[in-house]
Write a protein that binds this ligand. Structure first.
Ligand SMILES: [Ca+2]
Length: 532
């Protein structure tokens, strides 16, 4: 896919004070490290929640040495669709995946030929690597006569459908990553074995399952094929070591004009919540809080590795979460200690409420970003792609990054940063919301996810079919203003309909969604009376 270079143009349109710096920086592309935590709540980080009760010195260090975004959102309230949006710059609800998540055996979700952040950066001369939880599907060798669920978690019997000894097609290597090491999906999904590029590292020869939270009897992960030596608690340390080794191995090239892009989608603090023995009890709260602390420790190891190699100055480090806090971390136990993992937001993971998708976003880039900075800019994780493109002075083609808006001007603390166009939110059951300025319109009567009113569980037929909140005076989304502001409801609905029909929410030529999109489906279903 061709990319229009505009480095010269870039210098011409920048302010005179900035142009010489940019001209120099054009020779020194930054290394880029994106650390995506799994189910980490906004309120779990001390730097974002001063009332928080979990020590997070390394997250706090990234914030202190860089910029905090206080109004950042994942493209979805659950794992797979957020990852799709992060990697492609396009909302996942334009893809085949209209609700829920993929399983560990699901086929590839990213459409063939679609540009990804990795393919973009590879084309720009980067060495690209992904270490961690993929959860975007890959084409396993399916045994003759067998099937796996295409757009959801496989059934228990389908775990036997795959010939694990054969290569896997269309995984991370097929969408721009030179190197891949990790697990195919969430750590509570089969198969329990590492994958190195297109092969399982160790053949699964036994069946395993793990406690959803260490030491608790109330739930286990899905049972299925596992490598004999695979242990859930080893995943975070192993991924961390991989990254530390990678930074060491790539440092000479990185200093000599071959920068790296490292995408590190951690599997923590998602279930199975299994901190290593050395972290157990550290928080004094529960094993979830301990696991957050261990995740923080891993981030510290990544930062230390960059320091050791003298790469920190020109490495863009971004830390975020793929969705809000999951109640698997035991909300009541955390609240009892005065720790609200969802901060002041309503709901949690899976929800259309902000607790579902209002996520931490911390960015450190000493060469460019002032330390201790805060931005209230509305950001979506889909914006990563356009941000990378602007850093490199390239223009995205019309058929890439359809929902990606660069936040580089905010990072550089430019004084006149145009506001971001409205952001579309999406919940686990496929409910839509649109947010512009203080207004947020949700096209469903309840949470669209796991908190009350929960679709299919709580009867929402007596509630208004839509919810309109003014977040400037109602950040907790308690006062539905849809009846008072029908004009806002109409305006935001029309804007969302336009984003859908245009196949993009950014300026540019209209594009096609991969499948037809019905923005009312999930809300309509949730608004029907429950069957007795
Ligand atoms: Ca997640």
């Amino acid at each position: 896919m061709s990319i229009i270079h505009r480095s010269l143009l870039c210098c011409a349109i920048l302010s005179p004070a900035l142009a010489p710096t940019w001209a120099h920086a054009a020779d020194r592309k930054p290394n880029i490290v994106f650390i995506l935590c799994d189910d980490l709540g906004y309120g779990d980080l001390r730097c974002l929640n001063h009332e928080g009760k979990i020590a997070t010195p390394n997250f706090d260090r990234v914030a202190a040495e860089g910029m905090i975004f206080t109004d950042a959102h994942s493209g979805s309230a659950v794992c797979s669709p957020t990852r799709y949006g992060l990697i492609t710059g396009r909302y996942a609800w334009r893809s085949r995946l209209q609700h829920g998540v993929l399983g560990g055996l699901s086929p590839r979700l990213i459409e063939p030929g679609r540009m990804t952040v990795a393919s973009l950066l590879k084309e720009q001369g980067y060495h690209t690597a992904c270490f961690g939880k993929w959860h975007l599907g890959m084409d396993w060798a399916i045994r003759p006569g067998k099937t796996v669920t295409e757009l959801g978690i496989e059934s228990p019997e389908q775990v036997r459908s795959v010939d694990y000894s054969r290569p896997i097609a269309n995984g991370p290597n097929a969408v721009g990553f030179d190197e891949y090491f990790g697990i195919s999906a969430s750590l509570d999904m089969v198969p329990y074995t590492f994958i190195e590029n297109d092969r399982v590292a160790v053949l699964p020869t036994v069946d395993k399952e793990f406690p959803m939270m260490l030491g608790r009897k109330e739930g286990m992960t899905r049972k299925g094929p596992a490598a004999a030596d695979f242990d859930d608690a080893d995943v975070l340390p192993k991924l961390t070591q991989k990254v530390v080794d990678f930074i060491g191995a790539r440092s000479a090239d990185a200093r000599n004009g071959k920068p790296f892009f490292l995408y590190l989608p951690l599997a923590s603090p998602h279930t199975p919540i299994s901190p290593k023995p050395s972290w157990r009890g550290k928080s004094g709260i529960n094993f979830y809080a301990d696991f957050v602390m261990q995740t923080d420790g891993s981030i510290g190891q990544v930062l230390d590795a960059l320091d050791r190699q003298n790469l920190a100055e020109n490495t863009l480090v971004i830390v975020a979460s793929d969705n809000g806090f999951s109640p698997q971390g035991k909300t009541e136990e955390l609240l009892a200690q005065g720790h609200n993992p969802s901060y002041v937001f309503r709901g949690n993971k899976a929800d259309i409420y902000d607790g579902g998708h209002h996520v931490p976003l911390l960015v450190r880039w000493p060469a460019k970003v002032k330390p201790g900075a805060t931005s209230g800019r509305l950001v979506c994780l889909t914006d990563f792609m356009a941000t990378c493109a602007e850093i490199l002075g390239v223009e995205l083609p019309a058929q890439a990054g359809e929902d990606s808006v660069s936040f580089l001007p905010a990072l550089l603390s430019k004084t006149s940063v145009p506001p971001r166009p409205a952001v579309v939110h999406h919940s686990a059951n496929g409910s839509f919301a649109i947010r512009e300025g203080p207004w947020k319109l949700a096209l469903c009567p309840g949470s669209g996810g796991w908190s009350a009113p929960r679709p299919g569980v709580d009867d929402a037929s007596g509630l208004p079919p839509v919810q309109l909140y003014n977040l400037s005076d109602d950040v907790a989304e308690r006062n539905n203003r849809q009846g008072d502001h029908p004009d806002e409801v109409s305006r935001l609905t029309a804007l969302l309909e336009k984003f859908v029909s245009d196949g993009r929410s950014t300026p540019g030529a209209a594009q096609r969604n991969t499948v037809p999109v019905d923005i009312w489906r999930a809300g309509r279903e949730a608004h029907r009376p429950l069957k007795k």
